[in-house]
Design a binder for this molecule. Sequence first.
Ligand code: G4P
Length: 524
Amino acid sequence: MVLKEEILRRRTFGIVSHPDAGKTTLTEKLLLFGGAIHVAGAVKSNKIKKGATSDFMEIERQRGISVATSVMGFEYNGYKINILDTPGHQDFQEDTFRTLTAVDSVIIVIDAAKGVEPQTEKLMGVCRMRKTPVIVFINKMDRPTGDTFDLLDDIEKQLMIKVVPLSWPINNGPEFKGVYNIYESSLSLFNPSITDIEKGIKFDTLNEPALDQLIGNDAVVLREDLEMVEGIYPDFDHAAYLAGELAPVFFGSALYNFGVRELLDTFVKLAPSPRPKKSEERLVHPEEETFTGFVFKIHANIDPNHRSRIAFVKICSGMFERNKNYRHIRLAKTFKYSSPTAFMADKKEVIENAFPGDIIGLPDTGNFVIGDTVTEGEILHYKGIPSFSPEIFRYIENADPMRSKQLAKGVDQLMDEGVAQLFTSQLNGRKIIGTVGALQFEVIEYRLEHEYNAKCRWESISLYKACWIESEDKVVLDDFKKRKYNKMATDKQGRDVFLADSAFILDMAQRDFPKIKFHFTSEF
Ligand code: G4P
């Protein structure tokens, strides 16, 4: 019974946005509501500011911050909220994609003046693929914006999802008066000088003269707008939202703490509690008595004095208990965890137990890799933590022959953390590192030196894409591998990878070998 209640009150979600749309500001305001922090400015942006790409101190500082703020749990009105933070910098988007495998829903923040930006589109693509329920928060309404209906049109088209506004802005920019909450039929008036929690004024009908007294002529426009909203948009369909087919939209200004309470109050009502999760073997329901979970993130060497790592585990079913024996499926070994931690806002604390939806940190000495499943004994493999086909490649060479062991260990561990992907060329056994962003090479080099006392050198290699190949026809597959011998490699798990020089060559290969499947994520 306790388990069921604990599951129902949990909301585990991620906030995503294109950099600068206001994700950090919104996160901070949500934490203020939850009493998890008490002053603004407590959550530092974990984005690496423009121009700081070679500032390694900055990278290190960000890593320190991001471990503290990568999961922020707090209590709000009887709900246990877990916000999973995602890196803003696009070179770390793979980290974001992986984090999204551990959320039950997502809030997408959009800058009202800029509309849908490239990162927003990509992130929405991931949500669509997983059918993750999405709520859209249109931020910065205190700045001049275009027409609200046009903006919603763009969102529908570019994000390829139906939207339905649950609140409506009254003007924008310097004329921004506030937001009418359609879902609750209440009006909240904007006051930039009062950054305290705003309260809505309830209206039984929009025809009340009090509305005109409060917002003057804007009341007329609001009535017209809402009539149009009613005509254009369907009624909010909760089931469609849960199926990831319909996104409710809210407006506000995170900086001025405006519209955030409505967002949060509605969010806790609408957003799903932990949902069943697919494993290779079967669908696992959160209410099942036995504990299961999976690792979606690993953070290593945060404290240079301790060679410790933290594995972030999302609990999918049952209750996790401290000091109980659990099975590490990939290693087929049993482990006991004496100091699992929970993340409450900016602090970590050792916990006795945790429930589905929660994220726990397990101290790790190198046993975990991303995607590992932990259970009470049942053989299960959770799915859905793909590596994406990298797009930037370099040979990695040892720059200090005395330290080849350190280099190998460092590379191995950084790959476990998911910083990049390692391929071994079949032709000459050379190691190739593939990433989705250029910044990762700098991060790897810096971390190898500072955490593993190893030095590496990069050598350029011109490749277009690495893709995993498979075929039911072994003869065809062997033939392909023989013909493309000098372009074949293996990944860390020993799977076949084709390194295509150009889009043209990849195209040709796909055409010439229709019986071979070319995969662009490692999960197929
Ligand atoms: P991000 O995490 O999505 O990258 O965005 P972040 O919250 O860091 O916000 C980016 C910038 O936008 C910040 O200004 C922030 O103060 C501002 N901002 C966020 N929400 C609003 C809003 O509702 N209205 C307005 N007008 N501005 C908003 P900055 O100057 O880049 O950073 P900072 O020096 O204030 O930290």
